[in-house]
Design a protein around this ligand. Structure first.
Ligand SMILES: NC(=O)c1ccc[n+]([C@@H]2O[C@H](COP(=O)([O-])OP(=O)(O)OC[C@H]3O[C@@H](n4cnc5c(N)ncnc54)[C@H](OP(=O)(O)O)[C@@H]3O)[C@@H](O)[C@H]2O)c1
Length: 289
């Protein structure tokens, strides 16, 4: 049997130290309903993170706004005592405020972005951020000021790499005037690839592309999944097909599926062993048309 390890997906290199396996993990499922409040079983949430490290996952996507803060606390707990902690990397996001379950309000005031980076480092128990995304561009402030504040934090050694989330190609180009942008995180999956142009631009600029909702929040998996017939053909789960499609779509794509289940986590990591044929890749790509 092929070994279950995220390393089988290959690697993505941000810099000479920051090299990660191309199958990561997103912490957003480790909160209460509506990404609000604590997860019902905090010890289990930390166990999911620890199990992810055992499966070779060394790239974790999180945000201050998940909970807020609860997911970050479980992530920090789950990474405590991890073997090779210095080879495990976190992508963080700042710039969204929360007022209740399912409510998200962008806030890009530079002082607020700085505060959230500082408090996130304390919560995560880290002395610098590997990668920080501006979670959303806030139209109340110039992009120059929002990206400019992240650039200042980078110049101070608090952030290694800067990213943007849910942006157009034009917005990335605008932000590139003020800082080097090394990653983009947009909604993208096999059933919804409206942002193909952003994926192509990211690849052309040597930026990582993190597709959020890689499983379309679970709609791509399960009995009535549009991926069932191809999943049967390969003898794998629908989740694995959805992730294998992303891995084949571009070498710059770094999927970060979210789950609160160790069984699903193991299922997702097994996607690293699935290689789609070109014909099946094309057939799957047409699903979104
Ligand atoms: N930048 C942004 O604006 C943004 C927005 C949304 C999300 N994100 C990031 O993207 C990550 C991924 O998104 P997501 O977690 O919201 O959605 P997702 O990965 O598309 O799907 C997660 C859902 O699928 C289920 N699931 C996961 N693996 C499964 C499997 N193998 N079989 C069956 N069901 C499975 C999960 O339930 P169980 O818990 O039961 O497994 C959960 O309901 C987040 O964790 C977060 O880090 C970023």
């Amino acid at each position: 049997m092929t070994e279950l390890n995220a390393a089988n997906a290959g690697t993505y290199k941000f810099d000479d130290q920051f090299i990660v396996n191309r199958l990561g993990y997103g912490t957003m499922q480790l909160t209460g309903k509506g990404t609000w409040g604590p997860y019902s079983d905090p010890a289990h949430a930390a166990d999911v993170v620890t199990r992810a490290t055992e499966l070779g996952i060394n790239f974790f996507d999180t945000a201050d706004s998940y909970g807020p803060w609860f997911a970050d606390r479980y992530l920090a707990d789950g990474l405590k005592g991890a073997a090779n902690r210095d080879k495990i990397f976190i992508s963080d996001k700042v710039g969204q405020t929360r007022q209740g379950p399912g409510i998200w309000t962008p806030h890009g005031e530079p002082n607020y972005l700085r505060q959230q980076v500082e408090v996130s480092m304390m919560t995560l128990g880290i002395d610098h951020e590997d990668l920080v995304f501006l979670h959303r561009i806030d139209t109340h402030f110039p992009i120059a000021e929002q990206v400019g504040e992240l650039k200042k934090l980078q110049d101070e050694g608090k952030i290694k790499h800067i990213g943007l989330s849910q942006v157009t190609v034009d917005q990335i180009k605008e932000a590139q005037k003020y800082a080097q942008i090394d990653a983009v995180e947009n909604l993208y999956n096999v059933g919804n690839h409206k942002d193909d142009d952003v994926v192509d631009y990211a690849e052309s600029q040597n930026m990582a592309f993190l597709p959020w909702f890689p499983l379309d929040t679970g709609k791509l998996v399960g009995n009535d999944s549009p991926l069932s017939s191809i999943a049967k053909k390969y003898g794998v789960s629908e989740a694995q097909i959805a992730l294998a499609w992303l891995l084949k779509r571009s070498p710059n794509i770094l999927p970060i599926p979210g789950t609160s289940s160790i069984e699903h986590l193991e299922d997702n990591v097994a996607a690293a062993n699935v290689t789609l044929s070109d014909a099946d890749f094309e057939q799957l790509s047409n699903l979104a048309k």
